[in-house]
Write a protein that binds this ligand. Structure first.
Ligand code: RFL
Length: 408
């Protein structure tokens, strides 16, 4: 697609509306793209399937890497996270061989996480965007991206009243997640999928309970992994590895807490502070990276570009990083007619995506009961213990871990 100087073209006819950049999805990726474009005077719109209330309350990620915070700082999008987020830098591993802690701010690059719930970040990003005059269409589901390989792409939508509609634009930012319209609209053979099923499933739990430890807790247990991650002073995320296909409601609250106690070895290391379980999600660990992250005028960012399992807490961080690259490249193309950023977008993102996938894969293998056959499981279990011992005892291994754990 050739780039032309930016002109603003709003039309509000019932038949078709338009924006230079049509952003699909109001998650972290879409809202960072939209904020950066809006701040640079680029005509854009965000089309979001859900209601405003749903968008502002959907709990998912919480651990933001230092680089993510720097990006948000750079663009004035970080007041909320500095006011309400908490820095975090210690993780604790609990295994049959005892427990050990790593203060990763004293290792590797010396960086920390900021713990700030994803729904709070999304809510802040929406507030900034709307204050700056940005347009969002809620309850507007993108159905398909059309003519992405032309100068006149468009997006067909189902409007809030259920009627079909269409948005015309010059570029489409596909930030609508792994099941969104952007991925679905890629023609056969336009991109290659690199997929892996890690054969691990987590029951992700949100508990109305204060954190029980001052660290991220990773418990490796013969019954499966258990995890503890603070979110706020009175909300904690817990994870339990479970059989694939387990209905999220299958376990009673008592059973969940008993299982967490057992796997986190509460008897030995101290009790967990119990509370009401307010959210349960089943997460099958899958990776699915697309190459390239572009088809003509359609660009993919966030989970739409590449799915990464949540074990290493990278998804939202990659989403923000890709969104910045995409917004700046779109701005160059639309204001200066310079397409080089868009041409380099996919390759620049993928150099960040693959190291994150590699670390995430390494961590999955460190933390989980072997998904291999019974015959192979004991061998994998020994490898896992050797890996854990290296992490406990080797400073260079700890530096390597810290750099990848908190970096993107
Ligand atoms: P999102 O957040 O899924 O937002 C996509 C938006 O698109 C909308 N949408 C549509 N809109 C219009 N038309 C359509 N056809 C549409 N289809 C979908 C959706 O309603 C939604 O508003 O994608 P985005 O922006 O790419 O952001 C990705 C992150 O949300 C994701 O990677 C992280 O949540 C992953 N993740 C974590 N990442 C981290 O960096 N740190 C963490 O600590 C962390 N913890 C987690 C996680 C993901 C989890 N789950 C539930 C998978 C913990 C969990 C349990």
């Amino acid at each position: 697609m050739t780039s032309r100087p930016h002109t603003s073209r709003h039309h509000t006819t019932a038949a078709a509306e338009s924006a230079d950049v049509i952003v699909l999805g109001a998650g972290p990726a879409g809202l960072v793209v939209a904020n950066l474009l809006q701040a640079r005077g680029i005509d854009c719109v965000v089309l979001e399937r859900a209601t405003p209330d749903r968008v502002r309350t959907r709990a998912r990620a919480g651990f933001l890497a230092a680089n993510t915070v720097r990006i948000l700082d750079r663009h004035g999008l970080s007041d909320g996270l500095h006011r309400h987020g908490r820095t975090h830098s210690v993780c604790e591993f609990r295994t049959d061989d005892g427990r050990f802690r790593l203060d990763y701010s004293a290792l590797g690059l010396g960086e920390r996480h900021t713990v700030y719930p994803q729904q709070a970040l999304v809510s802040d990003l929406l507030t900034y965007y709307v204050k700056a005059g940005g347009r969002v269409r809620y309850e507007t589901e993108a159905l398909a991206v059309h003519d992405a390989d032309s100068d006149t792409p468009s997006v067909s939508v189902r409007a809030p009243d259920g009627r079909p509609g269409r948005w015309r634009g010059r570029y489409v930012a596909g930030c609508d997640g792994r099941h969104g319209a952007a991925r679905r609209s890629l023609p056969e053979g336009a991109v290659r999928h690199y997929r892996r099923d890690h054969h691990v499933t987590w029951l992700g739990l949100l508990a109305e309970a204060p954190p029980s430890m001052d660290a991220v807790g990773y418990a490796v247990h013969a019954r499966g992994f258990a995890g503890h991650m603070a979110r706020t002073s009175d909300i904690t995320r817990y994870y339990l590895q479970c059989e694939r296909g387990t209905p999220p409601g299958a376990w009673s609250e008592d059973r969940i807490w008993d299982e967490l106690d057992l796997r986190m070895r509460a008897e030995e290391y101290g009790p967990l502070r119990r509370g009401r379980i307010v959210q349960r999600d089943l997460v099958d660990f899958e990776s699915d990276v697309l190459e390239p992250l572009r088809h003509g005028a359609l660009f993919l960012a966030g989970d739409a570009a590449g799915l990464i399992s949540p074990s290493a807490a990278k998804g939202a961080n990659l989403a923000v990083l890709e969104a910045e690259l995409l917004a700046l490249a779109l701005t160059d193309a639309l204001t200066g007619g310079d397409p080089t950023g868009l041409d380099a977008y996919s390759a620049r993102c993928l150099t960040r995506v693959w190291p994150a996938q590699e670390f995430s894969h390494w961590l999955i293998e460190l933390l989980h009961r072997s998904p291999g056959t019974d015959h192979e499981a004991p061998f994998h279990d020994r490898l896992r213990r050797a890996r854990m011992t290296a992490l406990r005892t080797s400073r260079s291994q700890q530096d390597w871990f810290a750099e990848r754990y908190v970096g993107v």
